[in-house]
Design a protein around this ligand. Structure first.
Ligand code: PFF
Length: 464
């Protein structure tokens, strides 16, 4: 790991290293597993367009803010706020982030475990010669099992923890540079196969023709929450990564590139999955199993399908890994810098505790499948609380912090790297951080949560 002059913190060696690491964090299960299935649940096109609106108007400005806070504060999420706003309450934002990291990593490891299992299933030839119904049964009977998915989840958590133990640079840079482009290529191949299936047209229509009549505030909240989840925002991941970035980096450009990469990959995944969903008569609202139930059908219809399916699930697991290490890093950096824990101890502590909660998450798909919170099982509860409550709240605080407290002058100074780069977007950025993002997040959060409660309690709370 190289050291960047004044402080004793690691820094990314190359420009590409920064982008690779931040994109490695952003691109993950959120893009390929979660985005297609929630788009299916919330009616397709309408959800997609609202999501894209949130990415541009709120996601990008907050990504720039997080990288900026981290590079200026040179600390973990909690500590950076202490440096930039001494003796104030802003540090609570960082604390929220650590809680969100815990919630996310617990269920994230479960899904990553499914992906590892599917890679092996593909390898041994278990994903061929089956009907769409058989693929559905294969998936549900697997995730309901009490032992096998737990073992895969634990294996994934061990791999994540070991990589974090090796340290930021070695752990992250090496893996994502080569593999991400390969994942994109496979997705493109899948899109081509999927949209040429008979009956695929309906899927494209579902995806790109918005039908707002079926869309509600729950959907808007999920679109907002997912914009944060997908871009790794709202919990200080990119504050922590920003703290490892040196002054030579043009933060605005980096944020734009990461946002673009993340969005393109999510769109490719949705275009690979949705047409196939319709071609094979699978319900678009099938939930968390959608990708695992749909894509094996597509691979089956491709020359070299087995090879592609192995590669796909391996790369999906790697994409999950570069994200999960970034989540664990938030907790570890916090433990190390705030409690002065040894890095090894901190990693073990964070890894083991999230893995334990993860075990319960996995079991909540089968033997422990009962409502934990507003009618949702533990798995869905953690996802809901993290993505749709904690991340937007974290984002709200970050926007308010930069927009109102930290202010335009210092923000400009940091984004231009003390005058080195032109930052023409500063006024729109500040406008979004001061008004658009806080207002939109506030309204969507309140209405979305109330509507979720309405659905659960089957009562009318809102006047419309
Ligand atoms: N962005 C990751 C994904 O789309 O899979 C998940 C994630 C990573 C969320 C890091 C939040 C985070 F801080």
């Amino acid at each position: 790991m190289s050291h960047s002059g004044d402080q004793n913190r690691g820094s990314f060696s190359s420009k590409f290293g920064v982008i690779a690491a931040a994109a490695g964090s952003a691109v993950g299960l959120g893009n390929i597993w979660k985005f297609p299935y929630i788009t299916g649940e919330f009616g397709g096109g309408a959800f997609l367009f609202v999501y894209l609106g949130f990415i541009i108007a709120i996601g990008l400005p907050i990504m720039i803010s997080e990288l900026m806070i981290g590079r200026r504060g040179r600390q973990n999420a909690f500590g950076s706020f202490k440096v930039l706003a001494p003796n104030s309450k802003w540090r609570v934002t960082g604390l929220f982030g650590v809680v969100a990291a815990y919630l996310i990593l617990s269920f994230y490891g479960v899904v990553a475990g499914w992906s590892l299992h599917y890679a092996v299933e593909a390898l041994v030839g278990n994903l061929s010669d089956r009907t769409p119904q058989e693929f559905e049964v294969l998936f549900t009977s697997f995730i309901e099992k009490p032992v096998l998915p737990v073992l895969w989840q634990l294996l994934f958590m061990v791999i994540t923890s070991v990589i974090v133990l090796l340290g930021v640079q070695k752990g992250i840079e090496k893996y994502s540079k080569i593999l991400m482009p390969v994942l994109v290529i496979i997705l493109v191949v899948l899109v081509v196969r999927s949209i040429t299936l008979p009956g695929a047209g309906k899927g494209l229509e579902f995806l790109f023709k918005p039908d707002f009549s079926k869309f509600n505030m729950e959907g808007v909240l999920s679109a907002l929450g997912h914009a944060f989840f997908s871009l790794s925002l709202g919990m200080g991941t990119l504050i922590t990564y920003g703290s490892y970035i040196n002054k030579k980096n043009n933060l605005g450009k980096t944020a734009l590139q990461v946002t673009l990469a993340d969005t393109i990959i999510a769109l490719l995944a949705a275009m690979a999955i949705m047409p196939a969903v319709f071609a094979f008569d699978i319900a678009p609202g099938s939930g968390p199993g959608l990708v695992f139930m749909t894509l094996p059908n597509v691979f089956q219809q491709m020359p070299g399908g087995q090879f592609f399916s192995i590669l796909f699930f391996v790369l999906l697991s790697v994409a999950a890994l570069t994200s999960s290490i970034s989540i664990l890093e938030v907790i570890v950096a916090f433990f190390v810098e705030e409690f002065k824990l040894n890095r090894k101890v901190a990693t073990l502590l964070a890894g083991i505790t999230t893995a334990i909660v993860g075990v319960f998450c996995s079991l909540s798909m089968g033997i422990l499948n009962f409502p934990a919170f507003i009618g949702k099982n533990l798995f869905d509860t953690l996802d809901f609380l993290a993505s749709n409550v904690f991340l937007p709240l974290g984002g709200l605080l970050i926007a308010l912090f930069v927009g109102w407290y930290y202010g335009k002058k210092k923000t400009l100074q940091e984004l231009t790297s003390e005058g080195k780069y032109k930052v023409k977007f500063i006024n729109s950025l500040m406008w979004s951080l001061k008004y658009i993002a806080p207002l939109a997040i506030f309204v969507v959060l309140i209405y979305g949560i109330l509507e979720n409660l309405e659905t659960y309690l089957k009562v009318e709370i809102l006047p419309w």
